[in-house]
Design a binder for this molecule. Structure first.
Ligand code: DQA
Length: 141
């Protein structure tokens, strides 16, 4: 199996960005950790991060064209208002699992709603970077 780990805006700053909310682990460490979990479970993990909406959409289309088995997606703030990312998820056959590091429901009002949840296979919220790991297990099964 092969899955895509897709992180959106500002997640390149993991580790230094509001560590009280997002933890002290860097994106690099997170990606190598998820790759390792994938490897030990027979899954090849490809990682991509972008601060640009269109680049994330291109990656979703690409994952579909290349017949990936799943996408783990943290769209950052795009979660709350990107109908374009929502439409991209709806347009592809690959199952997408939405992950948020922080408990968005315990934060500002604008973070309580996700415009992509209705078209994702499932959502993992508030479990820190462990959420990405759990998403790998979910896609494996
Ligand atoms: C986030 C939550 C979003 O509200 C925020 O804009 C992010 C990260 C999370 O992982 O908790 O950038 O998706």
């Amino acid at each position: 199996k092969k899955i895509l780990l897709l992180n959106g805006p500002n997640l390149n700053l993991l580790g230094q960005r509001e560590p009280g909310i997002y933890g002290s682990e860097t994106l690099e460490v997170l990606e190598s950790h998820v790759k390792k979990i994938g490897n030990t479970n027979g899954i090849e993990v490809t990682c991509f991060q972008s601060n640009h909406e269109g680049a994330l959409i291109d990656q979703l289309h690409e994952a579909n064209a290349l017949r990936f088995d799943g996408v783990i997606l943290n769209p950052g703030a795009f979660t709350h208002y990107s109908y374009a990312i929502r439409d991209a998820i709806a347009a592809i056959d690959v199952p997408v699992i939405e992950v948020h590091i922080s408990n968005v429901h315990a934060r500002e009002e604008f973070r309580h709603h996700s415009v992509i949840s209705a078209v994702t296979r499932g959502q993992i919220v508030g479990l820190g970077i462990r959420g990405y790991e759990l998403a790998v297990y979910a896609l494996k099964d």
